[in-house]
Design a protein around this ligand. Structure first.
Ligand code: ATP
Ligand code: MG
Length: 405
């Protein structure tokens, strides 16, 4: 039985690696299968940057995001595995060096159990895979170590064979920080804990997609970021300033000048043309874009004189994006903007969002249920039951034209 299970897992990893063309795809697919099969709470993939000699976290799964962390090679269980090519475990098991500490511990997550195995190509050690905290609370076994070593070797050989490389990924400065954000709703005697301690940084000029099952707290988190709802506790930092208890004036300025909103429903004024809908918002904004520039950015030059009822869903959504854009916001918050649209019109909208991030440098946070859209994001934040379950950096995001559903 044991051998069949092992072979089945290795077969799954092998199949998932067959068609991959991107390094991050190879690694995140492998990590996902490992985490599921060994039922671990945490996982991370580290790669060695030979130029700097630093070990960089490229994929991270679990309650903390390690993807911005670099450490000197040789540090912690991860560094030992990468430097020596030997597996490391906690507590000690046969076939592995016993670890004192690992980088999960450094960032404040308590690791009870850990396995860390090197990524070995035929020539060198390129990094490692670390998993921690079996959900059952049990220790890892020597068989599981063996399995992890084999799957890591498969991933490393695929990387070598296909010549997949690590693009130089840099992010902009942090514009928004959420620290231990909690939100409770009470109804009668019961209290509903909707957000249970969210920690998240949002960077300048990035496209973040938020995924998660219905009711897990996505809109609640977005509304708190957007100043439309207050957290029960925790800190919201905007542009390095504490924004947890803003005054009415600060809040109004923030929503009016700093943010643009897009929702599933377009909320256009039916008796105004597309251009008039956009101009109306421009007139109440401090530093608006020229209306024609907003119209150009969403590709509606030909349709600007039409009324909403004369436009398709995708076109109406583009008007609502132009209305958000004309405010020249630093950040656009989009709550399921393509949910009501079919593939073609949804893709039109995504092309516009892609262009805004590229041409205007706007940060976009977008909630969706569509995992295909997540492939376009720089980072994908997954929420589960009011907590962040993973944050992944897409090293090679796809363009709107490359995705389909
Ligand atoms: N004002 C409110 N009062 C009481 N409960 C609320 C309130 N707003 C949201 N909730 C509850 O909080 C939970 C999270 O809601 P939220 O709208 O954030 O989920 P979501 O992840 O956006 O879901 P969906 O994908 O369906 O939009 C749900 O259980 C919801 O019923
Ligand atoms: Mg929602």
């Amino acid at each position: 039985m044991k051998n069949t299970k092992q072979t089945a897992l290795i077969y799954r990893v092998m199949m998932s690696l067959l068609d991959v063309e991107q390094l991050d795809e190879a690694l995140s697919g492998t990590l996902d299968i490992i985490l599921e099969s060994l039922s671990c709470e945490l996982g991370a993939v580290w790669l060695l940057d030979e130029e700097s000699g630093m070990l960089k976290c490229v994929i991270s799964a679990g309650e903390v995001d390690l993807t911005e962390i670099s450490v000197e090679n040789g540090i912690g269980a991860e560094g030992i595995a990468t430097l020596t090519g030997q597996s490391v475990s906690k507590p000690a098991i046969e076939g592995a060096i016993s670890a004192d500490g690992c980088i999960f511990d450094e960032v404040g997550v308590k690791t009870r159990t850990l396995l860390c195995v090197p990524l070995n190509t035929t020539k060198k050690y390129i990094g490692c895979i670390a998993v921690a905290n079996k959900t059952s609370g049990e220790f890892y076994t020597a068989e599981e170590l063996d399995l992890l070593e084999k799957t890591a070797a498969l991933a490393a050989l695929t990387i070598e064979e296909k010549g997949l490389i690590l693009p130089n990924h840099k992010h902009g400065r942090t514009i928004i920080s959420l620290r231990d954000i909690r939100k409770d709703y009470s109804s009668g005697d019961t209290v509903l804990h909707v957000l249970k301690g969210i920690n998240l940084d949002i960077y300048e000029n990035e496209f973040v997609v938020v995924l998660g099952e219905s009711g897990c707290g996505k809109s609640t988190m977005m509304n708190i970021i957007g100043g439309m709802d207050y957290p029960t506790s925790g800190t919201l930092i905007v542009e390095d300033k504490d924004f947890s208890h803003p005054t009415e004036k600060q809040l109004t300025d923030y929503r009016r000048d700093y943010l643009g909103f897009i929702f599933q429903s377009y909320n256009l004024m039916p008796n105004l043309t597309a251009r008039e809908n956009i101009r109306f918002i421009a007139e109440i904004t401090k530093d608006p874009l020229p209306v024609d520039e907003a119209i150009r950015l969403v590709g509606l030059e030909e349709r600007a004189g039409n009324y909403p009822s004369q436009m398709s869903g995708g076109q109406q959504q583009r008007v609502s994006i132009a209305r958000a854009l004309v405010k020249n916001p630093k950040m656009i918050l989009a709550d399921e903007p393509t949910a009501a649209l079919d593939f073609q019109t949804g893709q039109e909208v995504l092309r516009v969002i892609e262009r805004i991030v590229k041409e205007k440098g706007t940060t976009v946070i977008m909630i969706t249920h569509n995992v295909e859209i997540a492939k376009m994001a720089h980072r994908v934040v997954k929420l589960r039951n009011g907590q962040i379950s993973s944050i992944k950096t897409n090293l090679s995001p796809l363009s709107a034209d490359e995705i389909s559903w």
